[in-house]
Write a new protein. Sequence first.
Length: 464
Amino acid sequence: MELKTRDELRHAVAGLTSGNHEALDRLVRTAVFGAPELREAARAAILEQARSAGVYPASIHEVYLARGRGQAPSDFTVPAINIRGLAYDTARALFRAQRALDAGAVICEIARSEIAYTDQRPAEYVCVVLAAALREGWRGPVFIQGDHFQVNAKKYAADSEAEVRAVRDLIAEAVTAGFYNIDVDSSTLVDLSQPGHEAQQAVNGGLCAELTAFIREREPKGVTVSVGGEIGEVGGKNSTPEELEAFMAVYLAALGRLAPGKPGISKISIQTGTSHGGVPLPDGSIAQVKIDFDALQRCSTIAREKYRMGGAVQHGASTLPGELFDRFPTLGACEIHLATEFQNMIYEHPRFPAELKRAIYDRLRTAAADERKASDTDEQFFYKTRKKALGMFKRELWDLPAEVRTAIGRSLEDKFTFLLTKLGASGTRSMAAELSPFVPGAFPALGTTALAGRAHEDVTGLSD
């Protein structure tokens, strides 16, 4: 349980230096659920212990640029893992897999939408991830990413200034907390009704450049935040090389005006036929999709050879058949985003309490009723909406019995081990550490919880 008094907290902090795992576990809970004063102190203690141990938030920018220059191998694809529920246990499972495989080129991420519905602000997320790394004996860079920091098209149409300001505020909060990797997603503003690819990508490319310049103004000295752009909204029309080149023409011209001489994006996300979470069938199973591997390979090649970026990024992939994952490195994909399958594994684990699942589903019947289509079966409805319960039932999930969390953690570790192996991430630890070294002065400020009390944001319609 979380710590209740200053004396308990002092004893726990003292226990950190002697490797007391129980002390760290209680500090993490306090950093998440504690009273405000104790929560701040617990977060500060975790950050200080991480810094002292050589565990630090880092940018993957130089890894990707080295790929683009041909100075780093391009035969692996970086897994970007969205950590939604059971955050501490999930992250611990990931770091166990990383340590066993010596896999350093791995990203922990959370999207704008997920920050809201899982109730994990950036400062909390960073503390939990770094604590998990400490708990499992990881040392070196930890890549923490803001996934789909996305512009809501409807809100942008109603009040573009307010919507862009909301994304800017989130970026500022995240970078301050230690998110040194930010995926800007203004692909929602691509206008396919316009004549010509550059006209279609004009708002997308221009706004991505504007937000890149904003990031460059706020990144810590000595750190180049890895920024990603996106040319096709996931779940929409498949991307083409012509669209990539049109986006880059608009983006580079705008960035040259807004931030002359500053680095641009290090990767580009494209659409290849997948959708986030997969497409649930009436029985709750997931429809098979046909991925446009040719588009992925062609766009990755252009991104590396013409623009010296890491390559193209694949989204919405966690529910794909396992036999497909070793194809992504051969196609030059620099990064792949994985989320829903891990959530599914938690909910569907044999040890997950049936009574808790019933309570979650009962809540969703009313809390998410407006998201239910007339044609949805219960299986489809709950599959699509149960991610929204992760924040509502956050404490109940953290309070699951240790043996249940351990069993779920083992299953997740096995899955992470499989994915990291298939994607070629094994053995990338030394390269990641060499290209992403610790930068003195760039560690998140102790106790920083910028905008921690921010009101709940309506993220309806945003990708995750």
